[in-house]
Design a protein around this ligand. Sequence first.
Ligand code: HEC
Ligand code: HEC
Length: 244
Amino acid sequence: MSYDWNLLKRQMSRKSLRYPLTLLLAGLWACPSRAAEPVESRRGAAYFSGFGCIQCHRVGPTGGAYGPDLTYIGFRKTPQWLDLWLKNPHAWKNNTVMPNFNLNNKVRAALVAYLGSLKGSAYRDTPPWDDASFGSDPVKRGQEIFTRVGCVGCHGRGGKGGYPNNNVAGGKIPALLLVADGYSKEELESRIRNGSNPAKDDPNGPEPMIVMPAWGETLKDDEIGALADYLISIKPKGASSEGW
Ligand code: HEC
Ligand code: HEC
């Protein structure tokens, strides 16, 4: 098949045709990638059940509580890190109990597309921490938010730490047990709201893959306030970052 370029040019020069033709070309260019995404992510959701990830991880209303809740995983972790983690969890965190599933590239790409799409929408209408049982206790409500949005996935259960990062001093994401010593409640709130990128340990090395997300993009002021109340409450009795 050959195109009559002169005819096409003549048509293009007619104002009425130029616009729809541009739209058609733009549509052809954008469609395949746009359409591929939900399909890939739906396949990932099927693998998530098929491989039993759901036995240990919750997404929205369903799943286990043995591993971190993944309802916000696409907000807190990048696709690059998710792929690295799924390739071999033990290579990133040697003492993790998450099994290595030896997933092939195709399965991993689908799981990463699915996980990357999970940005908290399942909790937006009915946040589990707005259950009446937490209403009167901001610390308990903060603890529930800490668990459900996945602060635990980086700072550990109860903020105890122990989770790796690359090219940062000490090689770890900070524990949060003693933040009450260094921050006022307002300072903690703005720390949580704004997030930050950790400083590189070796200035010539790669960027640290794990950053503190800007939670203000997804959580409300009262939720950030409850998180600060919770963090202030976890300081062990008698513990101090000063002296002996
Ligand atoms: C036996 C329970 C178990 C199974 C099954 C499991 N995981 Fe995990 N997963 C964990 C635990 C526990 C962690 C937290 C890491 C740690 O504390 O060692 C984790 C961490 C993760 C994280 C990082 C969470 C975060 O907040 O950063 C992702 C993503 C993840 N798992 C995805 C999966 C996927 C996908 C599957 C299925 C292919 C799966 N997991 C199967 C237990 C499990
Ligand atoms: C994706 C990983 C990740 C998640 C999830 C995460 N953080 Fe962080 N957080 C970090 C990193 C990395 C730092 C260190 C940042 C730096 O050095 O600039 C940090 C720092 C902090 C600090 C300051 C600690 C200090 O010693 O100064 C606080 C407070 C904090 N996070 C609270 C939270 C809360 C509350 C949540 C949940 C709403 C949360 N983080 C979720 C990675 C994470």
